[in-house]
Design a binder for this molecule. Sequence first.
Ligand code: FE2
Ligand code: FE2
Length: 348
Amino acid sequence: MLIHLLADTPSKVAPIRAIVEPIHRVVPITADGKPSLAPDDVLLIDFDLRNETSIAQVREFLRKAGKLRQKIFIVDRKSHSLVVQAHALEATGTISRPLDRDEVLRRLSRLESATPRNGGDAAPSADLSSNSAAIFSSMFSAIFNGTPIELADAKRATEQIINSVSQGGLTAWLDDVRKHHEGTFQHCLLVSGVATSFAINLGFASDDVYRLGLAATLHDVGKANIPLAILDKPARLDAEEERIMRAHPVHGFDALKAVPGIDAEVLDAVRHHHEYLDGTGYPDALKAPAIADIVRLLTISDIFAALIESRPYKTTMSRAKAYDILNEMGGKLEPALVRAFKPIALSA
Ligand SMILES: [Fe+2]
Ligand SMILES: [Fe+2]
């Protein structure tokens, strides 16, 4: 794969080449040169985005370069503000510094496997989301029929979603899913896309991105046991319906706990994705110390995805409005994580 490397100092080129070049070809370019990139080329940008002059240079370069499928920024792992800035410059993804060789190569190989080879610009996300939806459908029918789910299927759907979000960005994924899918499958596909995007942008190692993605893929499988009349009710649930609906995390946990090879953290996330830090959630009314980080991330992703769902009976809420609602939830969600979620929520 050909990677164009736009760096603000020549000294950044050699260390990146040392990591990437055995596998991919790296072409260093400068911001003042004339960009000659094809839409499918990968552009890796390593600029100090604390600096207004650098930001202006990158912005001007990207304007001249035109539409690009992949704009990956290298940013400091600890700085959420730099991740925000990268997204303000329309990053399709970020890689964290200090650079970890295996992590960088895994990220790039995911891009490579997701890049179309026919040179056309038709994003394959529609096929991918349909493929993933088919997997959701078979998982739900297994649970509905009381037969074991295939963990390999859930893993495959998660990988497809991570690839799609890494390749085309979250917005393309959300738009595609909302256009082609309905109801609970739409919700699950949206949550997985949002959660993996969140983890990638926080600079998580790929194993952790994958674990959160798998938890998101599986988080609502217990809804297979909830009547559709409740799941798809276009109005507020009454008290009895609410009681039935609130059992879905436990249904999911019960259906998954005996599945061979399932990760304990994933199981915990399935059971506890509706818990709140202040103890007002369900099913176990856990409080902050008992709620794991992965669960906190999943809960934020789940609420956000539920707010921006496309439903036939209501207008779709804007991502900005949905983010405002997350902010208004006070002590239920972790404020630092809600702040870190902002670039995901508001990325164009
Ligand atoms: Fe749920
Ligand atoms: Fe959910």
